[in-house]
Design a protein around this ligand. Sequence first.
Ligand SMILES: [Ca+2]
Ligand SMILES: [Ca+2]
Ligand SMILES: [Ca+2]
Length: 230
Amino acid sequence: MKSWAWVLAAMLGAGAARADLIGTYKAITLDGSLSDWTAADLMYDDSAITDGDPANSSYANIYVANDATYLYLALETKGSGGADINNSYMREVYIDADMDGGTGFDAGWMTGGYDNLVQYGAGGGSYSVFAHAGGDQTAWSWNWQSLISYSYNGSFIELAVPLSALGLSPGDSARLEFHVTGTGVASETWASDPESSVGTYTLGVVPEPASLGLIGIGALVVVFARRRFA
Ligand SMILES: [Ca+2]
Ligand SMILES: [Ca+2]
Ligand SMILES: [Ca+2]
């Protein structure tokens, strides 16, 4: 009884959390280099991304991290030359910043309700974050919030989106969907999961000092000792 319950819990956990990510708190250098990203920052891998056409409009991996100022996104494209902002492709990231499907953009099937839209590309003309205007959720109506910072090199794009434009702070959660469209795109790229299971990114918090961790372990030892001798 105990063992099959454990197996079931493990299976449910593995199935439910594929694109969810507990973020790492760190500053990313926008230099078009993958060197400051690790596997722990990988939110969507190839299996969780529906490939678009042409290949270099689509993604192999999407990484996410944050500090107290920025949400950092790394978009690793397939093929070659896809990262260049001067491509005709429009790269979009949708953010349900309040975790409420009843607010923000919903094309009619988006259970997320996306409060913010990040756009990059479109022949070099787009590098901004917008907020949904509110009201009719199906209306493609957005208010400009801020420019974003970006860097690209070969097949790698790094973006820094100001948290102030998203109303997010470390410890908050937000659902992230993505999309590639624009001139030259024959087939659009989206998250491959059903919209209802689009991944949730929980913003990383500043790591606690080691001394606090040791105090915590000490407290556990005291509790354990008291139980033993009670
Ligand atoms: Ca970098
Ligand atoms: Ca894929
Ligand atoms: Ca929302």
